[in-house]
Write a protein that binds this ligand. Structure first.
Ligand code: T5A
Length: 213
């Protein structure tokens, strides 16, 4: 079986990490070599960038353009050093956030031109692209509540105004409608097991090779 990249996307608290972990377990139980990672992060450089983006490491207000470029820099490092080589080896990859996050958060959310961001994404990713993207859709306030309940506080981006989170959620839904062959929208407000059931139903349709003996 040729390796594929499966990405998880969506607003805050949709349960991306939870579902990504369950999918990874399923793949490993099938003796499939699978690598997991997250954005921003996933490489030593990417993890430092993550600290700047989420935890105010540089202790200065981050301008929106620098934010967009840092997400792309982390992505370039991950694609070049980790994801590209893994796909060449035939490994599968389960990735928590990817290019669509930049389009949703920095494009629809912050207001940067989405087409320009697509070009930046292409510059960062080279040939690496997802086979399937699960959009875990959840009402903004419900998702933020879950995220805060888990970590006890809000990171830099979670603290952005609700209108920002509403715009990026709508952005995700628009992108999913525009690319239905890649995106699968899951109702993430359901209990974990129901979301997982929906996810596997989609996977069986889109990647039937995973379910053959
Ligand atoms: N970002 C990222 C950009 O702005 N641009 C970009 O290009 C990129 C790549 C990353 C931040 O960076 C931004 C987006 C983000 O703001 P992060 O810390 O990686 O931040 O956090 P997120 O990816 O946003 O992940 P979240 O912390 O929001 O959570 P998840 O992964 O969606 O959810 P998860 O699985 O951790 O679950 C959250 C809580 O809910 C529970 C879990 O047990 C957990 O406690 N839960 C459920 N509860 C009830 N029902 C369910 N179905 C549940 N599923 C999970």
């Amino acid at each position: 079986m040729t390796g594929k990249l499966i990405t998880f996307e969506g607003p805050e608290g949709g349960g991306k990490s939870t579902q990504a972990r369950l999918l990874t377990e399923f793949l490993r139980n099938k003796n499939i070599r699978v690598l997991t990672s997250r954005e921003p992060g996933g490489t030593p450089t990417g993890e430092i960038i993550r600290d700047i983006l989420q935890n105010d490491l540089a202790k200065e207000p981050l301008c929106d353009a620098a934010e967009a470029l840092l997400f792309c820099a982390s992505r370039a490092q991950l694609c070049t050093n980790v994801l590209g080589p893994a796909l060449e080896r035939g490994d599968w990859i389960v990735l928590d956030r990817f290019t669509d996050s930049t389009l949703a958060y920095q494009g629809y959310g912050r207001g940067f031109d989405v087409e320009t961001l697509r070009q930046l994404n292409a510059f960062a990713t080279g040939p690496v692209s997802p086979a399937v993207t699960f959009l875990l859709d959840i009402p903004v306030l419900d998702g933020l509540q879950r995220a805060v309940a888990r970590s006890g506080n809000k990171d830099r981006i979670e603290r952005a105004p609700i209108a920002f989170h509403e715009r990026l959620r709508q952005g995700y839904l628009e992108m999913a409608a525009r690319e239905p062959e890649r995106f699968a929208v899951l109702d993430a407000s359901q209990p974990v097991e129901r979301v997982t059931q929906d996810l596997f139903r989609v996977l069986e349709e889109r990647l039937p090779e995973l379910f053959e003996a």
